[in-house]
Design a protein around this ligand. Structure first.
Ligand code: LHQ
Length: 264
């Protein structure tokens, strides 16, 4: 295992596992943890051995958002510029997750609050332990949903549910989140890491280039017209059709064997 203490990093069977690791603070973000997560995500972009990412948290929580102790108003001084915090620390990580052309699986092992919930929603496939809950905690402290939350909640759920969650900060249990389509699955606590690891390993053994193009297309669909999307599908399918993995996939099908994808 490598990486900074606040995010442990492990590469095995093509899966780069990034574990948020400040369990005594429910893995809330301080500057070091933001930068450690960024380093892990940058590695995911650059390292061809990493063909999928698994993001999870150590201990009983997934992530409680920003470490509120970092900006203790009782200490006095000028109010912090939270816009700068987003620009400098959160937004680069959100963009690294969304622009990574490899699958990002998120295993939500416990409570996900504030930016912690919204980082999970930015990932590609989210599994959560049945005991986990998602809280748009911002309203409780006078803030707005950040880390992409105002965007993802609204797109995934629509205004009525997005507004109710964000304005009330009512916890949303994992099973309800799955029912609403905010996450992929809520699973038994004991099997979360087994299922998430299995899924990430299966994705890592997949046709990475094609999976990356698929992610790009699905994300673009939210803003494209059908015409623009059809053009984009044409271009992406052209690129996928030139890949070694496409040739391998078809050959394996014709030879009635399991494909061995190289990720290119
Ligand atoms: C924490 C935290 C935490 C520090 C638990 N910080 N210690 C914000 C500002 C700046 C820039 C831009 O972005 C943002 C985005 C945000 O994320 S704002 C939202 C920040 N997060 C919250 O408001 C959530 C605060 N936490 C909670 O409401 C609860 O801890 C939850 C509901 C997450 C969990 O409740 P419990 O299971 O009852 O655990 P707990 O409250 O007892 O927490 C365990 C420990 O973790 C405790 O420390 P202690 O030393 O007393 O054992 C907490 O103080 C600490 N902790 N969240 N965000």
């Amino acid at each position: 295992m490598t990486g900074s203490e606040t995010v442990s990093t492990e590469l095995a069977e093509g899966v780069l596992t990034l574990t948020l690791n400040r369990p005594d603070k429910l893995n809330s973000f301080n500057e070091e943890m933001h930068l450690a997560l960024r380093a892990g995500l940058q590695r995911a972009h650059e390292d061809p051995q990493a063909r999928a990412v698994l993001l999870t948290g150590a201990g009983r929580g997934f992530c409680a958002g920003q470490d509120l102790g970092d900006r203790d108003p009782r200490k006095g001084g000028p109010a912090p510029d939270l816009g700068r915090t987003l620009e400098t620390f959160y937004n680069p990580n959100l963009r690294l997750i969304r622009s990574l052309e490899k699958p990002v699986v998120c295993a939500v092992n416990g409570v996900a609050a504030g930016a912690g919930a919204n980082i999970a929603f930015a990932c590609d496939i989210v599994l959560a332990a049945k005991s986990a809950k998602f809280i748009q905690a911002f309203a409780k402290i006078g803030l707005i949903p950040d880390a992409g939350g105002s965007w993802s909640l609204t797109r995934i759920l629509g205004e009525p549910r997005a507004k109710a969650l964000a304005l009330t900060a009512e916890p949303l249990p994992a099973e309800k989140a799955a029912e609403w389509g905010l996450i992929w699955k809520a699973v038994e606590d004991e099997s979360l890491m087994i299922q998430a690891t299995e899924l990430a390993r299966a994705l890592a053994a997949g046709p990475t280039l094609g999976l990356g193009l698929t992610k790009r297309l699905i994300q673009a669909a939210a803003v494209n017209s059908l015409d623009a999307q059809l053009d984009m599908e044409r271009d992406c399918q052209r690129a996928a059709g030139l890949s070694a993995d496409y040739a391998e996939g078809v050959t394996a099908f014709l030879e009635k064997r399991k494909p061995e994808f190289q990720g290119k």
